[in-house]
Design a binder for this molecule. Structure first.
Ligand code: NAP
Ligand code: ZN
Length: 346
């Protein structure tokens, strides 16, 4: 099946309209008519070749919401007409310890990413900036009724990427959580941490978005460009989640952790993030990482968001605005997620 899409032809090149082939709907597959696709900063890292060589052309997009239009003979979980979502993964081995534990994203044989990865049939996966996608039913999520579909799309990556570490490191009543960077991931982190009952602080480059941050659920908001911030907040967080897409001085942020606190890095800059041993030793602190979240946890997150009325703050764009949107994300000028209206691709 030939479908319309937007693709980057080679590293760093602007995206342009194209068509791509989607596989036949197999017995265990679901065909989805895509309605919305969020723009994640990872799409931009990928297109720019920040993470090393990879196949081109690439159709990015791993924050996908749409409607099921066809299901394979063995599919029981989803039906034609269902509102569904697809995130960063479309496959994994299903047999290793990680897959058995519901951590498909840490599959020992490598998760199959939604784009730019070799699929089981030897083809390269292509993502959600497209009108249709065929996905193994096990990697298709149910989008609860009541969630606005355009604003729910970013939950499939930004939402789960924040929900997973907040849950794992116990964000809740009585915990002091800081979110570094108020972008796509960061603003979801603020909403989710607040809904979990934590005391939430935003650490942003400036105070420009302070009003938004407080409205989204933050209790406090500080500018990291102000050196006083690092003195005033020393030792005051149990958990810091760093969402920044560029390299920051991790050691100054580790100094903001209380004894036994953890700084979880979800931002994925191409540069290393050097850590001084003393930054950790001094307060028995931890520096950790976290990547998206497993399928069951992603469904739990979607249900949690429906229950708490949480969606992303989105700016809906037409497909031909995608290059401009990339520029704005790179300039930290996003409030707070661009979402492509897939009807503009047809
Ligand atoms: P985004 O919307 O661009 O947000 C990043 C935010 O970081 C910006 O809004 C800005 O916030 C801050 N920032 C940007 N450049 C900075 C700099 N030079 N110094 C300090 N702060 C800076 O990006 P995103 O989509 O949230 O993604 C963020 C990162 O997470 C990317 O690297 C992406 O690849 C990665 N990611 C990881 C996972 C995972 O599973 N671990 C999943 C998705 C994305 P302020 O303006 O508030 O300072
Ligand atoms: Zn993403």
């Amino acid at each position: 099946m030939r479908v319309s899409a937007y693709a980057a032809p080679s590293a760093g090149q602007p995206l342009a309209p194209t068509t791509i082939e989607r596989r036949e709907v197999g017995a265990h597959d679901v065909l989805i008519a895509i309605e919305y696709a969020g723009i994640c900063h990872s799409d931009i890292h990928t297109v720019n070749g920040d993470w090393g060589p990879q196949p081109f052309p690439v159709v990015p997009g791993h924050e996908i919401v749409g409607t099921v239009t066809e299901v394979g003979a063995e599919v029981t979980r989803h039906r034609v007409g269902d509102r569904v979502g697809v995130g960063c993964m479309v496959g994994s081995c299903g047999e290793c310890d990680s897959c058995r534990n519901g951590d498909e994203q840490y599959c020992a044989r490598g998760m199959i990413g939604t784009y730019a990865v070799t699929d089981r049939d030897g083809t390269t996966t292509q993502g959600g900036y497209s009108t249709h996608i065929v996905v193994d039913a096990d990697f298709v999520l149910t989008v609860p009724e009541g969630l606005d579909p355009a604003a729910a799309a970013p939950l499939l990556c930004a939402g789960i990427t924040m929900y997973a570490p907040l849950r794992r490191w116990g964000a809740g009543p009585g915990t002091r959580v800081a979110i570094v960077g108020l972008g796509g991931l960061g603003h979801m982190g603020v909403k989710i941490a607040h809904a979990l009952g934590a005391e939430v602080t935003v650490l942003s480059q400036s105070l420009k978005k302070q009003e938004d941050g407080l409205r989204l659920g933050a209790d406090h908001y500080f500018a990291t460009s102000d050196p006083d911030t690092f003195e005033a907040l020393a030792g005051s967080f149990d958990l810091i989640v760093n969402t920044v897409s560029a390299a920051i001085d991790v050691n100054s942020y580790l100094g903001l952790l209380a004894v036994d606190g953890t700084l979880v890095n979800v931002g994925a800059p191409p540069e290393p993030l050097p850590v001084n041993a003393m930054s950790l030793i001094g307060g028995r602190r931890s520096f950790a990482g976290s990547m998206i979240g497993g399928i069951a946890l992603t469904q739990e997150m979607l249900d949690f968001c429906a229950e708490h009325g949480i969606v992303s703050e989105v700016e809906l764009i037409a497909a031909d605005q995608v290059n401009e949107a990339y520029e704005r994300v790179l300039a930290s000028d996003v409030r707070y997620r661009f979402v492509i209206d897939a009807s503009t691709l047809a």
